[in-house]
Design a protein around this ligand. Sequence first.
Ligand SMILES: Cc1cc2nc3c(=O)[nH]c(=O)nc-3n(C[C@H](O)[C@H](O)[C@H](O)COP(=O)(O)OP(=O)(O)OC[C@H]3O[C@@H](n4cnc5c(N)ncnc54)[C@H](O)[C@@H]3O)c2cc1C
Length: 536
Amino acid sequence: MAADDRPDYDAIIIGAGMSGLYQLYRLRELGLRVRVFEAGTGVGGTWYWNRYPGARFDSESYSYAYSFSQELLDEWNWSEHFAGQPETLRYINHVADRFDLRRDIQFRSRVTAAHWQEPTRRWDVTLEDGSRHTARFLITAIGPLSAPTMPRIEGVESFQGQSCHTARWPHEPVSFAGKRVAVIGTGATGVQTISEVAKTAGHLTVFQRTPNWCKPLHNGPIDPETQIRIKANYDEMFRRCQETFACFIHTTDPRGTFEVTPEEREAFFEQQYATPGFAMWQGNFRDMLTSREANALVSDFVARKIRERVKDPKVAEKLIPKDHGFGTRRVPMETRYYEVYNQPNVELVDIKETPIERITPTGIKTSAAEYAFDIIIYATGFDAITGSFDRIDIRGADGLRLKDKWASGPQTYLGVLVEDFPNMMMLMGPHTALGNIPRSIEYNVEWVTGLLRHARDHGLTRVEATAAGVQSWTDHVKSLGVGLLSNEVDSWMTGINRNVEGKQTRIIARYSGSAPAYRERCDKVAADGYRELELM
Ligand SMILES: Cc1cc2nc3c(=O)[nH]c(=O)nc-3n(C[C@H](O)[C@H](O)[C@H](O)COP(=O)(O)OP(=O)(O)OC[C@H]3O[C@@H](n4cnc5c(N)ncnc54)[C@H](O)[C@@H]3O)c2cc1C
C-alpha cells in the first residue's frame, strides 16, 4: 500500500485502564504507531472512575499489580494487603509516567463510533467531538465493568440534594458528617460504600433489593518484614497465579464437601472465613459451585455468621440471601459491614417488601414511607461485559452492527475476535477468562501482540475469525456453563441487569473454564501460526 494510503495509526486502542496501558506499552515495543483514546481525564479506568468511599481491592494488591517489569515490582511498595482506590490510582499513574505512556494517549476523548472500511482495510473511529481517526487495527480495552447504570426509577432528575453514582464519583471529597444519606444497592460496591459512609453519616438508610453473601476481607497494613518477603517471592506468587483456576493466589480445595467429617468441614469453613480475601470463594471445596447440597452447607455456615454479627434477628434475616447460594454471584468483601446494622444511625429498607416508587425533590418514596435525604448514592453497578460495547456504534463488514450481531448473546473467538469484525481485538471482552483480572489482561495483551507481530511480519492487512472458529468457541463457552449453580442465578455474570432494557434474559457472557485451559487453547492457536483465522 502506498505511504499516503496509510491509516493515521497502525492501531487505535480505546481505553486507558490496566488493559489499554499495557497494550500500548507492548505495541510501542513492536514499533507500531499507536493512539489511545480515553473518555476520562486521566489513566486508571476502574480506579480513575470509582472514587467512592471505601473503594478498594478484593485481590491482594501485589497479585493484582503488573508483573511484566522487574524494576516496577522492585520499586513499588504496596502499603496494604488490599489497597484502597487512591493508592491503586497512584500506582497506575506511576506506571504511565515510568513508561512514558501519556504521550500516545488522548484524554477527554470518548469514542462514539468505529466503522470498518473494507476497501482500505482500516477502522474509521469517530470521537464525541466529531473528529475522525483511522487505524489498521482496533483494540477495545473498554472494561468489563465500566458502563455505569442508574436505576430505572421515576424522578431521579428531580432530587434537589446531592446525588452520586459510585462509578462517577466527584473528584472533590464528599462529606457525610451529620447528613441524611441514602445508599441504593448492596452489591460489592454498595457494601464497601455503606461500611465507610456509616462511620460519619448523621443517618444512613440502605435500600436493598438483593442481599449478597459477603465475607470479611481482613485487610491490614504490610509491615516491612512482610514487604521484603512479598518482594522476594514475586516469581513464585505469579507462577502460582498462572496455575490457579482464576489467577488468584487462592485455589479450589481438591476435596469434595462430603469427603470430610462434619467437624472437619466446620473447621475448614471457619479457617476460610478467617483467611483474608477471596479464600472462601476461590479456595473452597471443589464441588461448592456445582452441588446444591454442598453449596447449602457453606451457605448455612455464612448465614450463621450473619446471625451472630447482626443483633436484630429481623434485620439479620433480611441480610441473608434466600434466592441464591454462597459464591454463585460475585462475593462482596467486607470490613465490619454487618456490624453497621447494629448502629443506631443506620436503617435497612428491603425494597422487595416496600418498593421504591419514585425519587422526589427531597428524597425517596417507597410504597410504605417517604424519606428525606441530603445525599443519594447510587451503588447500582454496571451494564457489565457487553455494556461498554453497546455504547459505541461499532460496525463491521457490510455495515453490520456489533449490537445486532450479539442481540441474543455474544459470539466470539477466544473472547478476542468476532467474525465480520476484521482487525478488531477485544481485551477483557465477553467470553474471555476474567478472574484476577490483571493476570488475564497480561495474557490477552501478549496474545494480541503476538497476532499483530505475526501480521506485521507477514505483511497481513486483514485478520478475521472464521464462522467455524466462533461457533466452536461460543459452544465451548456455553458448555462450560452447564451444571454451574451460578448460571441458574440472575447476576451481571449471566447478563441480567434490570436497569437496562433488553437485559432481562440470561446469557453466557463470560468464560467459566479455568485460566490455564484458556491459555493452553490460545497458545496452541498461536503456535499453529493462527491458521484457525482467516488471514489476508
Ligand atoms: C469497584 C471495582 C473494584 C474492582 N476490584 C477488582 C479486584 O479487586 N480485582 C480484580 O481482578 N478486578 C477488580 N475489578 C475489575 C476491574 O474492572 C479490573 O480489575 C480492571 O481494572 C479492568 O481494566 P480494563 O482496563 O480492562 O478496564 P477499565 O479499568 O474499566 O478501563 C476501561 C477504560 O475504557 C474507557 N472507555 C470505555 N468506553 C470508552 C469509549 N467509548 N471511549 C473512550 N474511552 C472509553 C473508560 O473510561 C475506562 O477508562 C474491580 C472493578 C470495580 C468496578
